[in-house]
Design a protein around this ligand. Structure first.
Ligand code: ATP
Ligand code: TZE
Ligand code: MG
Length: 283
């Protein structure tokens, strides 16, 4: 029998899974404070997603409060889902202050291509240096091409895999990590591309699961801001694992919503190590 002379390297998939578990443990022990400026539809599910993961959400959005509050947060999540002109100054002020305070902020460009107003707002926010941009495929394609077009509103009419090139060019142009959710969640820094192969299709039937995973990404980058690429893929995968486990108990979207939150809260090391499925898609 041949003796091994050096320790065998763990395969990539094992390293991704143990890193995801370490980051979830860090969220549970540090309970990072996440400021969320988000749409009215998502506020409840987003706050409950963050709480069940161990983070501390604060849905604070008035421009008057940002100078006092934003510097004390650990990360910021900005979501333009129910955008109106009077909300945009608060989003920009918070993004600017987060950057100035050295805190990561994450952008969710909901329905970016649905109107000129919304697209311009998203492009202005991208100028303010988000650490991560997470959207569905149609949103990332619209933002990357800076084009308004026929859309299904907040839902995607593209597959995530069709948005890989758009995501790479948006990442290169903006300096942000770009994530595209879908059957496979794609994450890129403009060079590297990974896919998180977790989740269940029923998650699309619950409004604001995308918004909520963007906030979860904010919590993951809050505990590991220098490795935003890894943190983003981990958050997407962990949320997908919670969806898979929740689906085992669910009868439809309403019960999946409940069981997803319970599963995220209850995830243990064995669940994470056996289910996290992140692979390289770089060519
Ligand atoms: N076909 C699928 N199979 C498995 N998981 C999926 C599938 N489609 C979406 N998901 C998961 O559902 C979650 C939401 O992704 P989706 O792309 O629907 O976001 P979204 O369109 O921004 O949603 P919303 O705007 O309602 O917040 C993600 O965690 C994603 O991984
Ligand atoms: C349904 C809906 N409309 C605006 S924001 C939102 C939540 C999902 O993006
Ligand atoms: Mg969305």
């Amino acid at each position: 029998m041949e003796m091994e002379t050096k320790p065998r390297e763990k395969p990539d998939s094992t390293r991704w899974a143990s890193n995801a578990w370490a980051l979830l443990c860090a969220i549970r022990s540090q309970s990072p404070l996440i400021q969320c400026i988000t749409n009215f539809v998502s506020m409840d599910l987003m706050a409950n997603t963050l709480l069940s993961a161990g983070a501390s959400p604060a849905m604070i959005h008035s421009v008057e409060e940002i100078p006092d509050f934003t510097p004390h947060t650990h990360a910021l999540c900005v979501n333009v889902g129910t955008l109106s002109p009077n909300w945009l100054p608060a989003m920009k002020a918070a993004a600017e202050l987060a950057c100035k305070s050295g805190k990561p902020w994450v952008l969710d460009p909901v329905a970016a291509g649905a109107s000129g107003f919304r697209l311009r707002a998203c492009l202005e926010l991208v100028e303010l240096k988000p650490c991560v941009i997470r959207g569905n495929a149609s949103e990332i394609i619209a933002l990357s091409k800076a084009s308004v077009g026929p859309t299904k509103g907040v839902d995607s009419s593209h597959e995530s895999i069709d948005a890989v090139e758009a995501a790479k060019s948006l990442a290169q142009a903006s300096g942000a990590i770009v994530a595209v959710s879908g059957a496979v969640d794609i994450v890129t820094d403009g060079e590297r591309v990974v896919g998180a192969h977790n989740g269940v299709p029923m998650m699309q039937r619950i409004t604001a699961t995308g918004c909520s995973v963007t906030a979860l990404i904010a919590a993951f980058v809050a505990v590991d801001p220098v490795n935003a690429f890894e943190a983003t893929a981990s958050a997407l995968s962990i949320f997908g694992v919670a969806g898979e486990m929740g689906m085992n108990m669910a009868k439809g979207p309403a019960t999946l919503r409940m069981h997803l939150i319970d599963s995220l809260y209850g995830l243990d090391e064995a669940d994470v190590l056996s289910r996290v499925n992140i692979t390289s898609l770089s060519r």
